[in-house]
Design a protein around this ligand. Structure first.
Ligand code: ZN
Length: 140
């Protein structure tokens, strides 16, 4: 039987290319996982920064109250600081939501508890969990 070098090398080639594509697929999956982890670290550190900024704003309010010399103090005097705190709390909520999505969890719209994405009801408060899917842009 004659040695068919063409067939022999053809087999090696096809074997090598299928192995390469398998490695490529694996690399892609790992790359995606790593990307999600990096994103999760970023989201968590942003949340941490926001919490520190909120602490700073509360300190500013406390200082103003401390330095105030009149008989009473109006909450309205701190409206700008309060608005900044509210804004940062909204951003924190967004971070919590994004972190949960990255971890494959769903956030209870009522109490904020992290639930399994496939659960129909929140295990903490019993509120229905919206099914995962296209982003709901209809509001709160
Ligand atoms: Zn809940």
């Amino acid at each position: 039987m004659a040695f068919d070098s063409k067939e022999f090398f053809g087999k090696i080639k096809s074997g090598a290319s299928s192995a390469a594509s398998t490695v490529g697929e694996m690399g892609k999956a790992v790359g995606k996982k790593t990307g999600e982890k990096v994103e999760l670290v970023k989201v968590n550190s942003k949340k941490h920064d926001l919490e520190k900024e909120i602490d700073g704003l509360f300190l500013q309010i406390g200082e103003k109250v401390y330095q105030h010399s009149g008989p009473s103090i109006e909450k309205a005097q701190f409206n700008d600081l309060i608005a900044q705190i509210d804004e940062k709390y909204t951003q924190i909520k967004d971070c919590v939501y994004r972190a949960a999505v990255l971890k494959g969890l769903a956030i209870c719209p009522k109490c904020g508890w992290e639930c399994e994405e496939q659960s129909a009801f929140c295990p903490k408060c019993g509120a229905p969990i919206p099914a995962p899917g296209p982003e709901d842009t209809s509001g709160e």
